[in-house]
Write a protein that binds this ligand. Structure first.
Ligand SMILES: [Zn+2]
Length: 422
């Protein structure tokens, strides 16, 4: 199949620069009206005003595809850089309990919470986990997501965590998985301490961060990143530091669930261990912002999670004003963010975090790519970048986010090839 393509009749082309884009520059994206874009061998070879196309110097290719954008906006393929898309079971009972005003502790006492998902994932086979995730990923692709990160963290035993990573691996494999999407795996065994290790978190961590386990993850290329839930109710800063550094020695890049419920210094740790990103940050403080700025960690905000739980959003404007590169992701998971739509999440970032549509576009493309250490290749409209693109049926990206309830995605392109058409 050809990876050569010309997109004509583009109403507006926002020239998203390669990430990481610092916060104060995220609103300055040049817009080219009446544009065209040429793809050669799966990469962006030229873009500009359509009137300049004949003088572009790009040689025609006999069997290249031509896509008529029909006046629609073309954006980089969306990147969901924080999800828990591999899971089993449902937590709808807890959803209702929370609406009725039950506390986190009451829900846990009545048998709800993460243990519901852990039990379901442990009971599921590898094939079942893959089969459950596949249609979720197919819907995400139709919504314009061309790259997605997926975490383990619902197995909470060596065997079940490896089963989750193998499920992600199988989904990432073009032959057996969610073809056409790039899938990135993260080891999140340090999500919470499982029941059988109650009050013995260090013993639990010793099993899932045993050197033989980490060596197997490295040798079988099962995870690029290691994530930890650093929180009063999960793992403290010393435990988090220890496991992230251990994983780093086996080739995994650190990430953190940081400052979500309380402030215990997690975002500062992100700076200290040179994490690719610190995610959540609802309770980030000035010291955390300073540490992240110094280390270059991306601030990944998860507005659909606060929306789903009905709690306050992370202080996005403070981080943008401090010039941190900010990304936005769904945190898609059955407990706290049963929201698989990145476009809806982006619209929530606009209205609830007061991020402009242009800032949000950069957050879900260039800066999300940076959070996954792929900014040199993905997430931008730049010559040489991979041609992962989305054609919208509206003339501009602002108009798109102004209509959160409707999918405005017409065509999804991966490496210059059309992979979804509405
Ligand atoms: Zn998460």
């Amino acid at each position: 199949l050809s990876h050569d393509l010309t997109i004509r009749n583009i109403g507006e082309l926002p020239v998203v620069p390669p990430g990481p884009v610092p916060g104060r520059r995220m609103r300055d994206v040049p817009l080219i009206p009446h544009a065209a874009l040429v793809v050669r061998d799966g990469r962006i070879a030229w873009f500009g005003p359509e009137a300049d196309l004949p003088r572009s110097g790009i040689a025609p290719v006999a069997d290249e595809a031509v896509c008529d954008a029909a006046g629609g906006c073309v954006i980089p393929g969306l990147i969901d850089c924080h999800t828990h898309t591999v899971f089993a079971g449902s937590r709808e009972r807890e959803f209702v309990q929370r609406i009725e005003g039950r506390s986190y502790a009451e829900i846990a006492e009545s048998g709800g919470g993460i243990r519901v998902t852990v039990d379901a994932v442990r009971a599921a086979t590898l094939d079942q986990l893959v089969a459950l995730a596949r249609p979720r990923l197919a819907r995400m692709l139709r919504g314009g997501v061309t790259t997605v990160e997926i975490k383990s963290g619902y197995g909470l035993s060596v065997e079940a965590e490896l089963k989750m990573l193998q499920a992600i691996r199988r989904l990432a494999d073009a032959a057996t998985g969610a073809a056409d999407m790039e899938i990135v795996a993260t080891y999140l065994a340090a999500h919470t301490t499982p029941r059988e290790f109650a009050d013995r978190p260090d013993n639990y961590l010793a099993t899932v961060f045993d050197e033989a386990v980490l060596a197997r993850i490295r040798d079988e290329k099962l995870a690029e990143f290691c994530d930890v839930f650093t929180e009063r109710t999960a793992f403290n800063v010393a435990q988090s530091r220890r496991v992230l550094l251990a994983a780093q020695r086996f080739g995994m890049t650190p990430k953190l669930h940081a400052d979500q419920i309380t402030q215990i210094g997690a975002s500062r740790l992100a700076g200290e261990v040179a994490a690719a990103s610190a995610d959540h940050l609802e309770h980030i403080d000035d010291a955390g912002i300073a540490a992240m700025k110094q280390s270059g960690a991306v601030a990944v905000l998860l507005p659909a999670c606060s929306f789903f739980l009905g709690v306050a959003q992370a202080p996005a404007r403070r981080m943008l004003d401090a010039d941190l590169p900010v990304a936005v992701a769904t945190d898609y998971n059955p407990g706290s963010s049963m929201v698989e739509s990145l476009p809806l999440t982006m619209a929530i970032a606009c209205t609830q975090m007061r991020m402009t549509p242009t800032e949000v576009l950069v957050a879900a493309t260039a800066n999300a790519a940076a959070a996954l250490r792929r900014a040199d290749r993905l997430g931008a409209i730049a010559v040489g970048h991979q041609a992962d693109l989305v054609v919208l049926d509206v003339p501009g990206h602002t108009r798109w986010l102004y209509e959160p309830g409707r999918s405005c995605v017409r065509t999804v392109i991966k490496r210059g090839r059309i992979v979804s058409e509405a």
